[in-house]
Design a protein around this ligand. Sequence first.
Ligand SMILES: [Zn+2]
Ligand SMILES: [Zn+2]
Length: 376
Amino acid sequence: MGGRSRRDRRGRNDLCWCGSGKKFKKCHLFRENERPMQLGEAMHQHRRMLPKRCSHPEANAESCGKIINAHTVSSAQYLQRIATDQHVYSFIPSASELEQWRFSGQVPRPKRHGINQASTFTGFCALHDRSTFRPIDDSPFVGSAEQVFLLSYRSVCREAYAKAHHLDFLTEVVRNADRGRDPAWQGVVQKRVAWMEEGAERGGREVNALKAAYDERLLCKDFGDLAYYLLEFQGTPVLACSGSGQVLHDAAGNVLQDLSESSDMEALSLNLLPTETGGVAALATVGAKAVWSRVVDSFEALSDANFANALIHLAFFNFENVFANPKWWDALPAPTRSFLHWLVARAHPGMHSFPPFPEGTPRLVDWKLTSQQQIG
Ligand SMILES: [Zn+2]
Ligand SMILES: [Zn+2]
């Protein structure tokens, strides 16, 4: 911890005790006298620090165009089908909402977005976004390997982008949350942030390795080792999802892999697209497919009536980048809304203690499963 005794031994030009790599005089010397950070300031920084760079593997100054708000779920094709007054809800909670939830029981609210902005990230230039995703943006979804690959690829790119942003935010903003606090508290804060950074770095390495695997297949258009589970539903479309990440439970709630065993874990992607008559979902992986097979088997063991519910659980629980029809959401009973919020929040540190699949979870949608296929 960064107590006073340490500071006394430390020269102004020595490296700071907190591990920032900066000189002590530029970092923690006199930090207790600095102006404390306000929440509004941190949130402003969070937005300001959103990376603006093209995720395409061949991105460079010559080949790239202007960085745009690239959709992970196309608004024209899909989001408009679940919109109320051209708006949809998303559910990723802010750190302060999570604190309020844990300490005063106040459940987060969904965020309302216009469909032109919802699901976007500044992770592609206009040219590469257009050229890369034309087969899914310009054509109806028919479930081809190329289309499923591209949907998954976009989820992976967004995940890599979000992880990089999170790490930058920890290092450049949360590290300063101890301004104006006494040295003992500074030590506590820095230790906690160091631990969070370690997790964020590990997550970043994993998702970058995954993206590299996808990049390679994108460039040679080789989708031969893509495996996907394609589901079609009939019913009122109310949800969309585009996510990539490690799946921890199968459809029956059995634990699949432990986060602490972080090496060579498979990541799956889930895309849930609202269609005119209902929805299609693709659960996909490239390369290794042991986890994918177990999840698919767990779905195959469900009765048809439980498919849609299990799929929605999977989306909220593992893939956070979920969008809902506001009218549908607002009509759900309050405990159901809290439960779905919790499924999204559970990924965050400090929110693990909730049981994963409480019994008696209400039915969410009236979708009827009309087809299921395993490809690959
Ligand atoms: Zn420092
Ligand atoms: Zn580009």
